[in-house]
Ligand binder design. Sequence first.
Ligand SMILES: Cc1cc2nc3c(=O)[nH]c(=O)nc-3n(C[C@H](O)[C@H](O)[C@H](O)COP(=O)(O)OP(=O)(O)OC[C@H]3O[C@@H](n4cnc5c(N)ncnc54)[C@H](O)[C@@H]3O)c2cc1C
Length: 66
Amino acid sequence: MVSRDDKHVYQPGFLYVLFDKMRPDELIRDQRSLLAPSIIFHHDTVVGIDPKAGEVHTEKGKKTKV
Ligand SMILES: Cc1cc2nc3c(=O)[nH]c(=O)nc-3n(C[C@H](O)[C@H](O)[C@H](O)COP(=O)(O)OP(=O)(O)OC[C@H]3O[C@@H](n4cnc5c(N)ncnc54)[C@H](O)[C@@H]3O)c2cc1C
């Protein structure tokens, strides 16, 4: 998994914040803590997708075959 954010925001919780039932910080968790251990997490930004080559290109210069 590639994401430019290492935090996950639980968007449906926004409604609870609106009605003062949750605080914003309760909706934010580390992405890694939500993933199965077998999933490799790359904190990086996707800058291009090459469908012909089957590659995803990222800001840190990584090229991953998909
Ligand atoms: C008030 C509210 C209530 C909701 N209720 C429900 C509900 O009841 N049921 C339901 O199914 N859905 C609900 N939703 C919608 C649900 O929260 C969203 O559909 C869901 O979060 C979208 O998930 P996503 O992974 O597609 O996108 P996101 O959660 O937006 O994640 C996209 C990720 O991609 C990353 N990213 C973007 N561009 C790049 C890039 N170039 N390189 C690397 N990373 C990138 C972003 O940083 C982000 O982390 C609700 C939303 C709101 C606001």
